[in-house]
Design a protein around this ligand. Structure first.
Ligand SMILES: NC(=O)c1ccc[n+]([C@@H]2O[C@H](COP(=O)([O-])OP(=O)(O)OC[C@H]3O[C@@H](n4cnc5c(N)ncnc54)[C@H](OP(=O)(O)O)[C@@H]3O)[C@@H](O)[C@H]2O)c1
Length: 248
């Protein structure tokens, strides 16, 4: 028996990075996956291949997570086609920042729109559906900097700190409905987002990791599979570090 056999899952921001790995791992574990991306058509081919390779359905679903009405339409499509939603992975995220004193309101709004407000809206929409079936698993994306803070990361770290606390609050409120809410807090994972800090900072950061290497998207996806599956059925309200023991 595969870990996610027949579970209906939605993964946001899944055209690259950690989201793409999660979709692949979910498909390999037998899930029916709705893979979200923004650019119309960009993951059609990969979804078709994953469906064939794993004898399951990996369905592209295109919307911007900050567009509330498009997100609602997407959830309604899943309800119509599958009648249920077992797992939501709020993976879509952006990292933009500046030094204190140079941060404009627009930047703050942009980062919070994607990382916090969209995650909360998706959680609201998904949990409405999950409440009816009295079960579900929601996995949010915090970050090691959302737990510990980091110099030069005022906005991004605050947004990921908000994700950590909203996860705990939602877990408390939704536990009675059979819905679990957890978050992963990755350290430094080799994706475009991490590479955007530049080669110098990347090398500086390696020394902060006790395992002396950066993480891979697959290593985060493995934890997300566990949290999505019934193997974690007594785990909720947790922020799980995936960081090779990093001290920021
Ligand atoms: N990599 C790390 O070291 C690290 C560490 C801690 C936490 N995280 C978190 O892990 C998650 C995944 O990060 P990653 O490293 O895989 O980043 P990434 O490679 O930059 O990928 C981010 C994904 O989010 C999507 N996205 C951004 N804004 C969106 C929107 N408005 N609507 C829909 N999709 C949107 C992007 O789509 P487009 O291609 O259209 O932009 C892309 O697919 C994020 O929440 C990030 O904050 C990452």
């Amino acid at each position: 028996m595969k870990l996610l056999e027949n579970k209906v899952c939605l993964v946001t921001g899944s055209n690259r990075g950690i989201g793409a790995s999660i979709v692949k791992s979910f498909a390999e574990e037998g899930a029916v996956v709705y893979a979200n991306a923004r650019a119309e058509g960009c993951i059609d081919e990969v979804c078709e291949k994953l469906s064939k390779d794993n004898n399951t359905q990996v369905i592209p679903i295109y919307f911007d997570v900050t567009d509330e009405s498009a997100a609602k339409t997407a959830i309604m499509q899943i309800k119509k086609e599958q009648g249920r939603l077992d797992v939501l992975v709020n993976n879509a995220g952006i990292m933009k920042d500046s030094l204190i004193g140079m941060i404009g309101k627009e930047l703050m709004k942009e980062v919070f729109d994607v990382n916090v407000f969209a995650a909360m809206s998706m959680l609201q929409l998904a949990s409405k559906l999950m409440k009816r079936q009295k079960s579900g698993s929601i996995i949010n994306f915090s970050s090691i900097v959302g737990v510990n803070g980091s110099a030069g990361s005022l906005v991004y770290s605050a947004s990921k700190g908000a994700v950590a606390t909203l996860t705990k609050s939602a877990a408390k409120e939704l536990a009675g409905d059979g819905i679990r809410v957890n978050a992963v807090a990755p350290g430094m994972i080799e994706t475009d987002l991490f590479k955007s800090i530049g080669p110098e900072k990347i090398e500086e950061n390696r020394d902060k990791i006790f395992m002396k290497r950066f993480g891979t998207p697959e290593e985060v996806a493995d934890v997300v599979v566990f949290l999505a599956s019934d193997q974690s059925r007594y785990i909720t309200g947790q922020i799980i570090g995936v960081d090779g023991m990093t001290i920021m």
